[in-house]
Design a protein around this ligand. Structure first.
Ligand SMILES: Cc1cc2nc3c(=O)[nH]c(=O)nc-3n(C[C@H](O)[C@H](O)[C@H](O)COP(=O)(O)O)c2cc1C
Length: 401
């Protein structure tokens, strides 16, 4: 029998998705023990989970079928991972405050294993400061809180609040339980995508960064057990399951988001392509063709990596990217030294299969000791893995020194 997932189901519309999740976990080889709140049984019958998990479902804490043990302690002791999906606003509050008045929350206090929470609720409930504060309390305790998905909600609103898809929850469960969690304990901030600098309400300056490289790094870092914040400019990519998503628009926004995220991070991997210039003024109204060609004065945007590097905490690892069109290694060395980085991932964006918008990349690592390592053409997922191998090596070097 595989590892045991204790799945707590609370009373939200998304409880039906939890049946698909239960089935997927079982198919993936996990032994699943389901606990439900009484309110969850208004949405879905325990029998469904019993049939899918092949175990009885416990709803009532005082339903003690086996006199030789106390059910919630025995179940808690058997857990390799405690998963609450969907997690209502109510159960999140109870978990944050240590309330134990039903089977799910009582067991939550007794488990000794990692806990993963998949919130699902109305967009306004999710945005409520009480809910956000409770989620922060859980994160602070090491609970893995998944970002809900965005889209149409059962309540009729559109926004953030959908329970993460079963595949994405499985990805996070596998990551947390991974035996190869080489980055467990690392708190990694990854930046990805372009930034946008507005000229007027409809026109802007930007670049063709797709964000793919940064998203692959974030995904691989989650899979290796890291706690990941992904600060993303506008892209067409789906959120990375298990990463804390922070969406930004301008380079100034990027700096603010990275500075905030860095307060508790150990590694920054700056794969975003921030705009280096912005119009000195954003025109309040659309510039009309009849007004002639506008003259747009450009001013520099803040240098995010240099700014962060100056205030880095001791031991923090900084990885930069250098997109060059010539003299790649020299450009990367200069960037590494000027910005005081630990590693620069350089590429010639004119090379076939490298750079923006494609699924492959051909990169060269330039390390602090001036060592250069040229990698062959690889998928961005493979490049992400190699970058995180470097980060792991840097972390272990720092731990040993
Ligand atoms: C139709 C319906 C749908 C609901 N959906 C949600 C939901 O998606 N998320 C949520 O946090 N609460 C939702 N609620 C409210 C919870 O059911 C309510 O807060 C309840 O006390 C949660 O109990 P539990 O956390 O013990 O399961 C819903 C209520 C109703 C009547």
């Amino acid at each position: 029998m595989g590892q045991t997932i204790v799945l707590g189901v609370s009373g939200g519309i998304a409880a039906y998705k939890s049946a698909a999740l239960c089935s997927l976990l079982v198919k993936s080889g996990y032994d699943v023990r389901v606990l439900m709140t009484k309110n969850a049984t208004n949405f879905i019958q325990p029998l469904t989970f019993q049939a899918l998990s092949k175990h009885p479902v416990v709803v009532d804490t005082f339903d003690e079928p086996n006199p030789s043990e106390i059910a919630h302690i025995a179940i808690a002791d058997s857990a390799s991972l405690f998963l609450v999906a969907p997690a209502t606003a109510n159960i999140i509050a109870k978990l944050a405050h240590g309330i134990a008045d039903d089977m799910v929350t009582t067991t939550a206090l007794a488990v000794q294993c990692p806990t993963v929470v998949a919130p699902a609720m109305n967009v306004h409930m999710y945005g409520h400061p009480a809910v956000q504060a409770n989620l922060d309390v859980l994160r602070g305790r090491g609970v893995v809180v998944m970002d809900p998905g965005s889209g149409p909600l059962a309540c009729g609103y559109t926004g953030k609040g959908r329970m993460p898809e079963p595949d994405d929850v499985l990805f996070v469960v596998d990551a947390v339980l991974s035996k190869t969690a080489t980055l467990a304990g690392a708190r990694i901030v990854v930046t990805a995508g372009p930034t946008i600098e507005d000229i007027d309400p409809i026109r802007f300056l930007s670049n063709s960064s797709s964000g793919k490289m940064g998203y692959e790094i974030a995904r691989e870092a989650v899979a290796r057990g890291a706690e990941v914040t992904l600060v993303s400019g506008p892209t067409h990519l789906a959120p990375v399951p298990g990463a804390r998503m922070r969406y930004i628009r301008s380079t100034q926004d990027l700096l603010a988001a990275v500075t905030e995220a860095m307060a508790s991070a150990t590694v920054l991997i700056a794969a975003a392509a921030p705009a280096d210039f912005r119009p000195s003024h954003r025109l309040p109204h659309k510039w009309k063709k009849s007004q002639g060609v506008p003259s747009v004065e450009l001013v520099p945007t803040p240098d995010v990596l240099s700014t962060v590097a100056k205030s880095r905490a001791p031991g923090m690892i900084l990885v930069g990217f250098a997109a060059e069109t010539a003299n790649v290694v020299e450009g990367a060395r200069r960037k590494l030294e000027e910005k005081d980085l630990d590693l620069v991932v350089a590429n010639n964006i004119l090379d076939e299969g490298a750079g923006f918008a494609v699924d492959t990349n051909r990169v060269t690592f330039v390390r602090r000791n001036r060592e250069v390592l040229e990698l062959p053409l690889l998928s961005k997922a493979e490049v992400a893995a190699r970058i995180l191998d470097e980060v792991s090596a840097l972390m272990h070097r720092d731990n040993e020194s």
